[in-house]
Structures are given as structure tokens and as C-alpha cells.
Design a protein around this ligand. Structure first.
Ligand SMILES: O=c1ccn([C@@H]2O[C@H](COP(=O)(O)OP(=O)(O)O[C@H]3O[C@H](CO)[C@@H](O)[C@H](O)[C@H]3O)[C@@H](O)[C@H]2O)c(=O)[nH]1
Length: 735
């Protein structure tokens, strides 16, 4: 085959040929190192495909490496694989130039590595379906008990009305009521929440029969009455409908009035002896046991457990039956430790301004991770097998007799039970036991769910992921930028904690879970480490631009096409994927912005907090996500106007980076205009484009800093600080 001359086409051919040989070698390595012999099962087709492409490309490899005649592929092409081409671009003069370039090189390496692990979950996605009617036909009588845990912690940011709506929606599952137990865990120990539950228990006597009779969806009264229309076809139905609606509205009004008041009125306190518990409380954080859930093994002891956040109501009354289709599957059911549902949110705006919908994670990543060995446990909306959650190892011999499991109930008199449960609920029984370590949820990590799920998987249990046609659960996503960044900081910090301790999938999971699953975990566990590469990209190229240092290939270089292709193809692929999973083009752009913001703030802070925790300088904290917002904040959220409003070190960083890139962009354009030799365009075009893109990304920041007058604008202190720091950085670069 004749090559002979340098050509951009040959650059692309050689890059693709090399990419496939790397993938092929990677696949073979996976098969060799896979102790469970699962890789061969799952990856054969991909390995064969890349093997075939390698075969097809044999003349290219020959031309690249083995031929000596003049028709071989020119060396310039050989060295222009994505990374090698960057090496060939190493500037030769000046310490600043060389070090800036080396940093870029590592940032690029990081992006390539991270891209590689994100691709791992795109090879073998699994989408599952259920056949609920068959479950009923075969097992209706033997359906197991299900315990549902709703957890709440603070009545101020998690309003009791919202909590009881979630509880009511869970109680209304289409499932035999005697087999369903719903527990509310209130870490805040609030009498307001207790009062709301009392009202809800009264209302449930009307609500549950109403749901079943009218077969309504969803079964959270608030969500249902918000959109449902009165049934006009049948006057009796309409009468009942109006009656239940009025009951709900009255109850809501009462609860909200009491919550606003901040205390439960005396006449209501007399209605239930439970309120007496609060007579002895001096502090919300330190009080005697007020009986709550942990005690379910004493009360219902159901073999299946569902946990949900207090804002995540059931949107699909068949979710329990769907889940049981997996757990009760005769072939594979016994292997399942937990079944994770996607997390979805009802308050996402059209263009998802804060990128909180988690569409890509839920629609693309998780089905892929399921294919790689089983999804992570990510909290709300997860069904567990009790014995897996309680630390038991999976064994092939485990054959579940659902009927027997159902009969395992403790029968005690109410008084004795209450006393025993009081001790259990006080949690004193946990001291010096395996609870919180090997049993139940693991304590001490901000993402207790992920670390617990990994431990369950490492004990041999399989996890599964199920996307139902009608969403199973709907919650509330953060509605301000800061809430989003802080929530993400908690997640990225916790994830990194897992990676750098003995709970890492590479240590704990070694020989216990497949390598491809260990790597899949890294998509999230490495979040907090991405800050360096992104921050570098946002700081060094603009500063170098001001100094006239070129860091990217020249416009005249033949390599530019491959470089542009790699970037363009990657982003275009991301865009298509985003739109495919239900997003809009504007939403994708917003997502690009939020990822830049998260990487330079949430991940940065998450990284250092995880390290501090590892070194013993600080303990983990859990900042609860607020589920309510002021009226004006909500209005701005609805209009997709970015919310700043308060001072925060995170905003200082964002504003400084935005200004830095703006100054550099202006500087770059000025250089371009004043350039008589027409060299600037060739040398610095890509850096100018990068700064320009970052200016576009940061438009809401400039608006918040300089143009907005509402209370959601950037605080003046942030404006001043960021102007000073960015100007200082530009001056250092210039002089
Ligand atoms: O000390 C606490 C702190 C929180 N919660 C409850 O835990 C849930 C999750 O807290 P939230 O602040 O809403 O965290 P998110 O980041 O929105 O939640 C996601 O991330 C958490 C940490 O990984 C998981 O526990 C959740 O299930 C998952 O939805 C809420 O119902 C809280 O009331 C408690 O019960 N006690």
C-alpha cells in the first residue's frame, strides 16, 4: 500500500488504527485479568470487533512501524496520534513555556483517561422490562412484606407537608396493605413533623380507598390535585373527588399554619400521648428516644426494604410489584442484593439551568454500569434485600422461600414491644457492634449509599437497575446555583473518600467485582480529582495568551484537523446523547456550563475536604439540601435566571475565572487586530477561541456581576474581589 506523503487523511487513518489496537489490547488484558471469567462473556463481541478492525488496518501498522521504503507512512503522521502529536509540539524555549506546556500535557492526559472510563459504560447497556401480571398469577399469595423507610431531618428546609405527601404516596402502593409497612425516620426529632404525621394518618383513611377506587396516579395528594381535573362524567365520583380534595386542602392548611407558628398548639397536643415525649426535650440535637424506625426488624421484619428521601414521592403505584419481579425471579432473583430506580425530579425547568436532571447518568451511565456488573446504590428509590443490607454474604445455596420468610414475625404484646423498640430506637445497641460498619448503612461517609452498595456487591450480591416506563419516584432538585454546587461538593467529596480509603473498589473490590465495574465506579469516584485539569485549562491558556505563548497546534499545522475533529466529535456525541436522553440543545449548553462550574468549585473543595478528612483534620459533615425556596428565588428559577444572591468562596472563584477569560479574550482580539505580520492568528487562534467559548459559557456570571439589579445578582463583595484578583493575575502575566 502506498502512503509516502503527509496528509491529514493519513493522520486520521493512523489515529483510528492505533485507537483500535489499544482497545483490542485493553480488552485482551481485561479478559486475562478477569478472575471471574465474566469479561469473555460480556466483551467478546467488542473485542472481536476491534480485532477485526486491527486486521483491516494491518497495512497501516506496517506503514507506520515496519516499512522502510519511501511508500511508508511518513514519520510526521506516525507521531501524530492524539497524545504523541502533543509531545511533538513541546515548545523548546523558555521555562514558562515548557512548564505551561507540560501542565497542558497532563491535563490532556487526564481528559483522555477520563474519557476512556466514561466510554467503558457505553459498550454494553442493559435496559430491563417486567411482567407484573405474571408475578401476580404466580405469587400473589406469597408476595413478601415490604418495609418502606422515608427519612427526614429538618422541618424548616424539609416542610412537613412535603414529608407526609411522600409518606401517603408510599402507603398507597398497589400492594396488599397488610404486607406494606411505612416508617418515617426523623433525625430532626420534630414535633411538627410528628403532628403532620398524625394528620396524615387520619387523612389516609380517606385517601387510600380513594386512590384504589379511582385508580389514580400519582398517589401523592399534592402532586395529584395539582394537575388532576374533577371527574365530570359521574356526579357521585365528582362529589367524592371534591370531598377528598377539600379534606386534603384543609389538612395542608392546618399543617402549614402550625409549621409557620413553629409549635404545636396545646389543644392538639392533648389529642395524642406521643406529644408528651417533647415535654422533656431541651435540645433538638440531644434528646431521649422518641420511638421511630430502626426497629422494623422487631415490628414487620420484611425481607424487602425500600428507602426514599422525604421529598421523593412515589409517582408509580406499581413500583413495588415491578421490583419484586426481579427479586422473585426464579433463576436470577436470589442473587440480587439491591435494585436501584433512577432518580428523577419534578421541578426541572425546560432547559435544566443547573443540570440537575441527571439524565445522562440515569439514562446512559447506569444502564451501562448495570451491564458492567451492577449499578451503584445512590440512595433514594432503592429496594434492598434485608439480609444483603444487614451484611450477609451471598451464597449459591441461598434459596429464598418467600412464604417462610413472610412468617418470620416476632409476636409480642404491645407493651413489651414498645419497650424493646425504645431501646432499639435509641441506637445504644449499636455501640461496639458491626452496625454502621459491616451491617446496615455504613456511617461516616457523606455518600453512605455508594459505600454501602459497593460493600454489598463485594459480598457477592448482584445489583440491578430498572427504568420503568412511568417514572417510579419524583423528588425535588436544588433550585439555586449554590445549593447545586454544595450538593455536588458533598457527593464528590464522599466519592473520593471511598476511592482513597480501604473501601476503594480497587482494594475492597479486588477479585470480588469485575475490573470493568471497578473502573465504572471511577466515573464518579474521580469527580473530585478533575478540578486540577479543568482549572488549569481555565487559567493557563488565557494567561499564556496574554503573554503570547502558544499552547495549541498552529492553525497552519496539518494536525489541526485531527485536533479539531477530536474535540468536535466528542462534543457532538455528547450533544446527541443529551438530546436522546430527553434534554434540549439549550439544556446541553447549560450542562456544559455547570460542569465547568462544578469542576472548578465543588470538586476543588470536595478534593481538599476529602484529603483533610483522610489526614484526620476534620470530620465529615452532611449539609442537607434545602427543599423550599423564597418566592422570588422560585420565580427566577422558573424563568431560568441563574441565582447567586449570597457571598461564597465558590462564587469568588467562578467570577474571577470568568473575568480572567474575558480580559484575555479582549487582549487576544486586540493582538489580532494590531498584528501586522499576521502571525497571531496562526499561533494563538485556538487559545483565543477557547477564551471566547469560556466567555460565552460565563455570560450569566457577567450579567450577575454587572447588569442585574434583583436580589439574585452577585453580591458586590464578590464583584470587587474577583475584579482585583483577575486584574492582578493578568498584570503578572503581562509584565
Ligand atoms: O442527618 C441526616 C441527613 C439527611 N437525612 C435525609 O437524607 C435524605 C437525603 O438528604 P438530602 O440533603 O436531600 O441529600 P441529596 O444529596 O439530595 O440526596 C442524595 O444523596 C444522598 C447522599 O448520597 C442520599 O442519601 C440520597 O438518597 C440521595 O437522594 C433527606 O431525606 C434527608 O432528610 C437524614 O435523614 N438525616
Amino acid at each position: 500500500m502506498e502512503f509516502g506523503v503527509p496528509s491529514p487523511t493519513f493522520n486520521i487513518l493512523a489515529t483510528l488504527a492505533l485507537l483500535n489496537i489499544f482497545i483490542f489490547i485493553g480488552g485482551i488484558t481485561m479478559v486475562i485479568s478477569d478472575v471471574e471469567n465474566k469479561a469473555i462473556d460480556l466483551f467478546t463481541s467488542q473485542i472481536v470487533l476491534s480485532g477485526l478492525i486491527v486486521l483491516i488496518n494491518l497495512p497501516v501498522y506496517e506503514g507506520l512501524f515496519f516499512r522502510k521504503d519511501s511508500g511508508r507512512i511518513p514519520n510526521s503522521v506516525t507521531y501524530k496520534s492524539l497524545i504523541v502529536s502533543l509531545v511533538s509540539y513541546l515548545p523548546v524555549d523558555g521555562a514558562v513555556e515548557i512548564w505551561s506546556w507540560i501542565g497542558m500535557f497532563f491535563a490532556e492526559l487526564w481528559f483522555s483517561f477520563y474519557w476512556f472510563i466514561t466510554q467503558l459504560v457505553r459498550w454494553n447497556p442493559i435496559y430491563r422490562y417486567t411482567f407484573k401480571d405474571r408475578l401476580s398469577q404466580r405469587y400473589e399469595k406469597d408476595l413478601p412484606g415490604v418495609d418502606i423507610f422515608v427519612c427526614t431531618a429538618d422541618p424548616e428546609i424539609e416542610p412537613p407537608t412535603m414529608v407526609i405527601n411522600t409518606v401517603l404516596s408510599m402507603m398507597a402502593y398497589d400492594y396488599p396493605p397488610e404486607k406494606l409497612s411505612v416508617y418515617l425516620s426523623d433525625d430532626g426529632g420534630s414535633d411538627l413533623t410528628f403532628y403532620a404525621m398524625l394528620e396524615a394518618s387520619r387523612f389516609s383513611k380517606h385517601w387510600l380507598p380513594f386512590c384504589k377506587k379511582l385508580k389514580i396516579q400519582p398517589r401523592s395528594p399534592e402532586a395529584y390535585f395539582r394537575t388532576a381535573l374533577e371527574p365530570l362524567d359521574d356526579p357521585n365520583k365528582a362529589k367524592e373527588w371534591l370531598f377528598v380534595k377539600k379534606l386534603y386542602m384543609d389538612m395542608k392548611f392546618q399543617i402549614e399554619a402550625t409549621t409557620k407558628l413553629g409549635k404545636v398548639p396545646e389543644e392538639i397536643r392533648k389529642e395524642h400521648k406521643g406529644f408528651r415525649e417533647w415535654n422533656f426535650i431541651s435540645s433538638r440535637r440531644d434528646h431521649q428516644t422518641i420511638l421511630e424506625i430502626r426497629v422494623s426488624s422487631r415490628l414487620s421484619n420484611s425481607p424487602i426494604i425500600l428507602n426514599v428521601d422525604c421529598d421523593m414521592y412515589s409517582n408509580n403505584s406499581y413500583s413495588v410489584r415491578d421490583a419484586l419481579c426481579f427479586f422473585m425471579d426464579e433463576e436470577k432473583g436470589r442473587e440480587i442484593g439491591y435494585l436501584q430506580y433512577p432518580q428523577a425530579f419534578e421541578n426541572i425547568t425546560k432547559n435544566d439551568i443547573y443540570c440537575n436532571s441527571l439524565n445522562i447518568e440515569m439514562e446512559v451511565d447506569f444502564p451501562g454500569i448495570d451491564g458492567n456488573g451492577g449499578p451503584l446504590y445512590i440512595g433514594s428509590g432503592c429496594f434492598h434485600r434485608r439480609e444483603a443490607l444487614c451484611g450477609r454474604r451471598y451464597s449459591n445455596e441461598n434459596k429464598v422461600e418467600w412464604k417462610e420468610v413472610n412468617d418470620r414475625k416476632v409476636k409480642e404484646s404491645a407493651g413489651v414491644l414498645e419497650e424493646v423498640c425504645r431501646i432499639l430506637a435509641s441506637c445504644t445497641y449499636e455501640a461496639n457492634t458491626e452496625w454502621g460498619k459491616e451491617m446496615g448503612l455504613k456511617y461516616g461517609c457523606p455518600v453512605e449509599d455508594v459505600i454501602t452498595g459497593l460493600s454489598v456487591q463485594c459480598k457477592g450480591w448482584r445489583s440491578m437497575y430498572f427504568i420503568p416506563e412511568r417514572k417510579g419516584f419524583l423528588g425535588l432538585a436544588p433550585t439555586t446555583l449554590l445549593q447545586t454546587l454544595v450538593q455536588h461538593k458533598r457527593w464528590s467529596e464522599g466519592d473520593l473518600q471511598i476511592l482513597i480509603t480501604r473501601h476503594s473498589p480497587f482494594l475492597l473490590g479486588h477479585k470480588r467485582i469485575p475490573l470493568k465495574l471497578q473502573l465504572s465506579y471511577c466515573i464518579y469516584l474521580l469527580w473530585a480529582t478533575s478540578w486540577f485539569a479543568v482549572l488549569y485549562y481555565l487559567v493557563v491558556p488565557p494567561l499564556c495568551l496574554l503573554r503570547g505563548i502558544s499552547l495549541f497546534p498552529k492553525l497552519s499545522s496539518p494536525w489541526i484537523q485531527s485536533f479539531a475533529y477530536a474535540i468536535f466529535a466528542n462534543r457532538a456525541y455528547g450533544l446527541v446523547e443529551f438530546v436522546w436522553s430527553g434534554g434540549t440543545i439549550q439544556g446541553w449548553w447549560n450542562g456544559q456550563r455547570i460542569w465547568v462550574f462544578k469542576r472548578t468549585t465543588s470538586h476543588l473543595f470536595g478534593f481538599f475536604d476529602a484529603i483533610r478528612k483522610l489526614l484526620g483534620f476534620s470530620a465529615s459533615t452532611f449539609v442537607i439540601t434545602t427543599k423550599v425556596a423564597e418566592e422570588d428565588v422560585s420565580e427566577r428559577y422558573e424563568k431560568e435566571k441563574m441565582e447567586f444572591g449570597v457571598s461564597s468562596p465558590m462564587f469568588n472563584i467562578l467570577a474571577t475565572l470568568a473575568l480572567l477569560n474575558m480580559f484575555s479574550f479582549v487582549g487576544g482580539i486586540k493582538m489580532l487586530i494590531m498584528d501586522v505580520e499576521s502571525k497571531v492568528l496562526d499561533l494563538l487562534a485556538l487559545q483565543i477561541i477557547l477564551c471566547g467559548l469560556l466567555v460565552l459559557i460565563n455570560l450569566p456570571i457577567y450579567q450577575g456581576l454587572f447588569f442585574r439589579k434583583d436580589s439574585g445578582r452577585m453580591p458586590t463583595s464578590v464583584t470587587y474581589k474577583s475584579i482585583i484578583v483577575s486584574l492582578l493575575a493578568c498584570s503578572v502575566a503581562l509584565y
